[in-house]
Write a protein that binds this ligand. Structure first.
Ligand code: C2O
Ligand code: CU
Ligand code: CU
Length: 469
């Protein structure tokens, strides 16, 4: 079968993405092949030469299919921020805040001390700057950054204060991996947003929205709706960030082609794992390899029962094909920390129906709603701990700052493939046991957070804080 060209394949894909209430394509765009737009990557901010980075939180606007301009926020641009490339070594950051409220920049997935972590204790006031002098020292990984002001995180991230980080050691070409940003190495920020009939992007969570987390009716990828990702006819690397406030995705291709999982939150797996369905919860990142060399115009879908379109791909024969085969392995199995822990803690992610009905919330961990002035746990620097995390009522994506963990078990069984590597966020459907070593210090003034990454839950109190000393 002859491979269709990008233009025609995109047009063919248009017809395919109509199932489900949530589509990647605005209604009305279908019908003419010339109306699709090519998906763009966030601009690159490469810190490898300078050892510096500069971000500025600012206002912007975004409109969908000719609708009104929606007020947004972003770093250095209208919505979202640049993709920051960094390597191990010193990194001097400068974050300016030109907004009229405090923001912060939390480096989600970077292993840095509490004073550089950018959590709720490190607000950057209106007109102020924050200049952490950081030291990057970790395995290559796809991380991200976002604002983290307590009680404001959900709305601030929703309006655009987030971006992706690539930590690289410059050896991906040797590993046989695609490395050409925006060509065969795509960064994809998945977000659902609620767009009303007049094209307005809405954030007005009701009590039910807070309970389930705020979900949208339109898919945005890198802040774009209905765009088509052009890819070469070979192996392409997709770095996916679930930057949604609350929605988890069960990703699959409409033509059944496989996704080869190569990395999770904290870095590479020892070898690719072939999956036909890949789950990604809010806050998580995955890297996958997909072979686009065959015929067809695949659409990345989400959902098992009522699948909806997330992103269409179109093979562009004019794009260079560099990688045609899958790498076999990336190195040894990730370190197994089991048995080295000095203590076990039990954490229950609580939400109480009663409390919510009275408008109170009831979101807490171990029945204690987040309190900026209370340290919940004290961890000894350099030690390993096992945490047994339980979810109540719904599945909660649990995230820990300042450490990477291994998932020991999920609901009493071997973890699913998505949770086999290094992680900093895990979807706890019922119970998950995680084990981690705490090598980064955090003081009582600038503690680390652990929380549900459904941002409405986090803001409502499903968060705690800990010191490492
Ligand atoms: Cu992605 Cu505490 O955050
Ligand atoms: Cu984090
Ligand atoms: Cu939650």
């Amino acid at each position: 079968m002859k491979r269709r060209h990008f233009m025609t394949s995109a047009a063919a894909a248009l017809a395919g993405v109509s199932s489900g209430f949530l589509t990647g394509r605005p209604a009305g765009a279908a019908g003419s092949a010339s109306s699709f737009t090519r998906l763009e990557m966030p601009p690159l901010l490469d810190t490898r030469q300078s050892g510096r980075l500069s971000l500025s939180a600012r206002t912007g606007s975004l409109s969908f299919s000719g609708g009104p301009a929606n007020p947004t926020t972003g770093f250095n641009q209208d919505y979202l921020g640049p993709t920051i490339i960094m390597q191990n070594g010193p990194l001097a950051a400068e974050v300016k805040n030109t907004l009229d409220e405090a923001v912060s920049v939390h480096w989600h997935g970077l292993l840095v001390p509490g004073e550089h972590d950018g959590g709720p204790h490190l607000p950057i006031g209106q007109g102020e700057s924050w200049t952490p002098d950081m030291m990057i020292a970790q395995q290559p990984a796809t991380a991200w950054y976002h604002s983290h002001i307590h009680g404001r995180t959900a709305e601030q991230v929703y309006s655009g204060l987030a971006g992706v980080i690539h930590v690289t050691d410059g050896r991906d070409a040797e590993r046989g991996l695609p490395v050409d940003y925006g060509v065969d190495d795509l960064t994809l920020v998945l977000q659902d947003r609620r767009i009303d009939q007049s094209g307005r992007m809405v954030y007005d969570p009701s009590m039910m929205d807070v309970m389930h987390g705020f979900m949208g009716n339109r898919m945005l990828v890198n802040g774009q709706s209905g765009a088509v990702a052009a890819v070469p006819a070979g192996i392409v690397r997709l770095r996916l960030l679930n930057g949604s406030n609350a929605r988890s995705y069960a990703l699959s291709f409409d033509d059944g082609r496989l996704m080869h999982l190569i990395a999770t939150d904290g870095g590479f797996l020892s070898a690719p794992v072939a999956l036909s369905v890949l789950n990604i919860a809010p806050g998580e990142r995955v890297e996958i390899l997909v072979d686009f060399s065959g015929s067809g115009s695949p659409v990345l879908m989400s959902g098992i029962e009522q699948p909806y379109g997330v992103l269409e791909f179109g093979v562009d024969d004019t794009m260079p094909v560099r990688i045609t085969g899958l790498p076999e392995n990336f190195g040894p199995e990730p370190e197994d920390l089991a048995g080295t822990e000095i203590r076990t803690r039990q954490l229950s992610l609580d939400m109480g129906m009663g409390g919510m009905m009275m408008g109170g919330g009831g979101f807490s961990i171990n029945q204690r709603p987040f309190d900026m002035n209370r340290i919940d746990l004290e961890v000894a620097l350099g030690t390993v701990e096992r945490w047994v995390v339980r979810s109540t009522m719904i599945a909660h994506p649990f995230h820990v700052h300042g450490a990477l963990f291994r998932v020991v078990s999920e609901n009493g069984a071997t973890p699913r493939p998505e949770n086999l590597g290094w992680k900093d966020t895990v979807l706890v459907t019922n119970e998950a046991e995680i084990i981690m070593r705490f090598d980064q210090p955090a003081s009582r003034d600038k503690p680390f957070m652990y929380h549900c990454h459904i941002l409405e839950h986090e803001d409502a109190g499903m968060m705690g804080q800990f010191t490492v000393s």
